[in-house]
Design a binder for this molecule. Structure first.
Ligand code: GLN
Length: 241
């Protein structure tokens, strides 16, 4: 493998860890270590500088107030934007996803985002809460995805991003598409945590981080995540009937 120690930054646990998205860090660390790669997880609070030396950056979801504070501090710090420009993989969930765009709504007003992804978010007619599923972009090679969503915002994609998936259940960005993807940056509304329910997405990010085609990563026993995924799909199909 191209890399012996994978440094994964989990951003702002003091502001954006309301929805269990730290599980994504645990999943990535487990899947890397199972392939013989050492992992150095780095939890960076909002009063700390973001290291530019990491191999991957994760940012989770949160409520409107902490989301606005997080966006302000990320803009001041600047390191996440530089990481994106350098091609480092970034996984951003829900509030973290919205703040990567040009603007987002929180507490009834618009806030400036980081402009890492070509998208903007506003408010929807109602809160989107429940299971979400979709067919991911074929170029990603990760198949169908599932997660749990809980957000008031709606996201509008610009031309410089691709949707992560076409929605088959739930709302996602706008009821049609879910999440966004450009370069090595992925944003999604999937909590769950998303990577526990979508191991192929986890391996895509790992492959990007270590410079290896994800298909070349040694396979792992994904019986339990696959069972969870098919159970969720069955529940969604039953609910649709
Ligand atoms: N506060 C944002 C919204 O409601 C994000 C919520 C979240 O991260 N789950 O749209």
């Amino acid at each position: 493998m191209a890399l012996s120690t994978l440094r994964i930054v989990w951003l702002y646990p003091d502001l954006l860890s309301t929805y269990g998205d730290r599980g994504n860090l645990l999943v990535l660390a487990h899947r890397a270590r199972a392939r013989g790669i050492d992992v150095e997880p780095m939890q960076i609070r909002s009063d700390q500088h973001i290291p530019h030396t990491a191999d991957m950056y994760l940012i989770g979801g949160g409520e409107d107030g902490p989301q606005a504070v997080a966006a302000d501090r990320l803009l001041q710090d600047g390191a996440l934007s530089r990481a994106a420009e350098a091609g480092k993989p970034i996984l951003a969930i829900c509030a973290g996803y919205q703040l990567l765009g040009s603007s987002f709504y929180a507490n009834g007003r618009a806030y400036e985002g980081l402009n890492i992804l070509d998208l903007r978010s506003d408010r929807g007619p109602s809160r989107a809460v429940g299971e979400i599923a979709g067919d991911s972009h074929p170029q990603l090679g990760i198949g169908p995805i599932t997660g749990f969503e809980n957000h008031g915002g709606r996201t509008h994609l610009g031309e410089a991003v691709q949707p992560l998936a076409r929605v088959t259940a739930g709302v996602g960005n706008d009821g049609t598409t879910e999440g966004a993807w450009a370069g090595h940056v992925i944003g999604t509304y999937m909590h769950g945590p998303g990577l526990a329910r979508n191991p192929r997405l986890a391996d895509l990010l790992l492959g990007w981080a270590i410079g290896v085609d994800p298909a070349q990563l040694p396979p792992l026993d994904d019986t339990w995540p696959e069972r969870l995924r098919s159970e969720r799909f069955q529940a969604l199909q039953a609910a649709a009937q």
